[in-house]
Design a binder for this molecule. Structure first.
Ligand code: APR
Ligand code: PHB
Length: 395
């Protein structure tokens, strides 16, 4: 049986786990990352691709922003489209020059993995059967299987960065956790399409047939979504039907046309909001999707995971260097303030832009009024913009 030691055992090589190992390394703190999937799978799974200004800045600070600047695109506005007309929200003009970057999550992960491995830090891919023990003692242990062998890591802290379906949260007694959630009565059907961009900026469209979103990956590959039934079977949707639906929902009075090409991928994602409180038990700290998830509207998941581990790295560094646990004790409270702000924003965008099965005429009038207010009032546009580009991590 193998036995290893490290200061922080990190479970999960998603955005939370990989950013955390880099942030800790910057503080001179050692960590080992454990991941059940293969490196190849982690580096190719398609997720969202919007980086808040703070995420971009942190990539630069950590020295992993070079490819993002070269291959990603900075966007300074988004469009809200409804009733056949588009309305630009000037993100930068309303937020003192802040912006977002369009750069796919798996590209971020490639950059983080490369940086960690280049600097000689351990990431164990393809491990299984992760179990935590002694998490209320000063020496928690992580056991797992690697190449069929049983391995034990003794550490000072465990970071649960293993996403919504992970195991670390289950190590906390259920009686100590409270979970708040909302399941939306629809899903998103997402496609990748080999075509030139149909728009210079993202388009969030509301139509009585449902929500539609035009996003992008690069000049040759586009990302689009339409609201679909939660129980929809992806096989029922032909490529032609998806493209036709996008065009119908995004129609404008002046004849806007979607630029089309071969569809190379299609999936349906569920839409949910969940928050688990608190985000800590003993020496186990939860971060990212392990503690909370947001619906995809606004693409906040990755950014929220990163603000969590930014707080966690500060708390761990303070403890390691000054033997003070104050920032670790306030970790959950600090994270949750920003988590709930983001939960509210994602829920609000989702509510404003989708058709709900129980909508009545009154509800639809209210939604239309909310959309008009958001694009016509500077105060309302500014509120959308500051949430969209992201609050500071220590908000
Ligand atoms: N053992 C080891 N690794 C695990 C285990 C386990 N038992 N369970 C899950 N993992 C891994 C997953 O394979 C995944 O690579 O943990 C990682 C968790 O990554 P994410 O789900 O991406 O979560 P997080 O890092 O918090 O990032 C949140 O990323 O995937 C998006 O939609 C998500 O935008 C959100 C953001
Ligand atoms: C994406 O590009 O995948 C994306 C963009 C914006 C969103 C959600 C997803 O709100």
């Amino acid at each position: 049986m193998d036995q290893m030691n490290t200061y922080v055992g990190i479970v999960g090589a998603g955005p939370a786990g990989l950013f955390l190992s880099l942030l800790l390394a910057r503080e001179g703190i050692g960590s080992i990352v454990l991941e059940c999937r293969s490196r190849e799978e982690v580096e190719t799974t398609i997720r969202a691709g919007v980086l808040e200004q703070g995420t971009m800045d942190l990539m630069d600070e950590l020295g992993v922003g070079e490819r993002m600047h070269r291959e990603g695109a900075v966007h300074r506005g988004i469009e809200l489209r409804f009733d056949g007309a588009g309305h630009r929200i000037d993100l930068s003009g309303l937020t003192d020059g802040r912006a977002i970057a369009l750069y796919a999550q798996h590209e971020v992960l490639k950059d983080l993995i490369a940086a960690n491995l280049r600097d000689g830090r351990e990431i164990f891919f393809g491990i299984s059967e992760v179990r935590l023990s002694e998490i209320t003692s000063p020496k928690p242990r992580i056991q797992f299987k690697r190449n069929g062998e049983e391995v034990t890591i003794e550490c000072a802290f465990v970071a649960g960065c293993d996403g919504y379906h992970g195991v670390t949260r289950l190590a906390i007694p259920a009686s100590r956790l409270t979970s708040y959630s909302r399941v939306y009565p629809f899903g998103w059907l997402g496609i990748l399409m080999e075509a030139p961009p149909s728009s210079d900026e993202l388009i969030y469209g509301y139509h009585e047939r449902g929500f539609a979103l035009v996003s992008t990956r690069n000049p040759k590959l586009q990302r689009m979504y339409i609201q679909c039934d939660a129980e929809d079977d992806i096989e029922r949707w032909t490529d032609e039907a998806i493209l036709e639906e996008l065009q119908r929902r995004l129609v404008t009075a002046d004849g806007w046309r979607l630029r089309v090409g071969p569809v190379t991928s299609k999936t349906i994602v569920a839409m949910r909001s969940v928050v688990t409180e608190p985000m800590q038990f003993g020496r186990l700290f939860l971060a990212g999707d392990a503690a909370h998830i947001v619906p995809a509207t606004g693409a906040k998941g990755l950014n929220l995971a990163i603000s969590d581990v930014w707080h966690l790295s500060r708390g761990l560094a303070r403890f390691a260097k000054q033997s003070s646990s104050d920032l670790l004790e306030s970790y959950s409270g600090h994270c949750l303030r920003r988590v709930w702000r983001t939960e509210h924003f994602s829920w609000w965008m989702t509510s404003m832009l989708h058709r709900f099965p129980d909508d009545d005429a009154f509800q639809q009038r209210l939604r239309r009024s909310q959309l008009e207010y958001t694009v016509r009032s500077r105060a309302a546009s500014t509120s959308l913009a500051e949430n969209y580009v992201g609050q500071p991590f220590d908000w």
